[in-house]
Design a protein around this ligand. Structure first.
Ligand code: AMP
Length: 221
């Protein structure tokens, strides 16, 4: 069984939902770079202040910022048995940096211990999903006004807090994030294929269909 799961997929492809499920099932941490960065922004850390300008425009934050945040996380004791990386690496440059970080940490290697799972899905469908996405600022539950709406419009089913739209989920920024994805992240498909660790996940179905496909890939390899 692999120890490091790298999820590659365009924004809004359902990666977050599937990675959380897999993390629960395997009892390993789900490391989501976007959330780690947003936490740094909220806490007004030095890294967060630098990251904010890039995130607000839908651009990738600089390599040294994201690698610092990731390295800090991967050395934690709860990462000793493996982890799921969601949103990192997002470019070939970052994949090479990850290789270096893994060597430094000394627990796992990309070639032996990692599996890269690529979400195969149509972009236009995703832009519509993104601009209809809402999340609960209190408990983190994610909704979609079209495919997974809350029972009472705009309020969280679990804690009744008013739902929010992420600042970078408006249409203009969402489109910019896709351009970034195609330019920076899509080339990782070839990179991981060459390395022999790429798996393709058909990701245009319902949450439970994607989950079934994912389990097949992870548990039947
Ligand atoms: P996400 O929540 O994964 O959609 O990420 C939100 C934003 O955080 C992205 O649009 C980027 O600006 C930034 N971000 C997240 N992960 C990375 C990464 N690996 N490298 C650079 N920027 C990132």
């Amino acid at each position: 069984m692999k120890k490091v799961f790298i999820f590659l997929g365009p924004p809004g492809s359902g990666k977050g939902t599937q990675t959380s499920r897999l993390a629960d099932k395997l009892s390993i941490p789900h490391i989501d770079t976007g959330s780690l960065l947003r936490k740094n922004i909220q806490d007004e850390t030095e890294l967060g202040i630098i990251a904010k300008g890039f995130i607000d425009k839908g651009n990738l934050v600089p390599l040294n910022v994201v690698t610092s945040v990731i390295k800090e996380r991967l050395v934690q004791p709860d990462c000793a048995e493996g982890y799921i990386l969601d949103g990192f690496p997002r470019s070939v440059e970052q994949a090479e940096a990850l290789d270096g970080i893994l060597q430094e940490v000394g627990r796992f290697t990309l070639k032996e211990d990692a599996m890269a799972i690529y979400f195969d899905i149509d972009n236009e469908l995703l832009i519509q999903r993104l601009i209809n996405r809402r999340s609960c600022p209190k408990c983190g539950t994610i909704y979609n006004l079209i495919s997974n709406p809350p029972k009472i419009m705009d309020y969280c089913d679990i804690c009744d807090t008013k739902l929010t739209l992420r600042k970078d989920d408006n249409e203009e920024v969402a489109r910019a994030r896709f351009v970034t994805y195609e330019k920076e992240t899509a080339p990782l498909y070839e990179y991981f294929k060459q390395l022999g660790i790429l798996e393709e996940l058909k990701a245009d179905g319902s949450i439970s269909e994607i989950w079934e496909n994912l389990k097949e890939i992870v548990f039947d390899e």
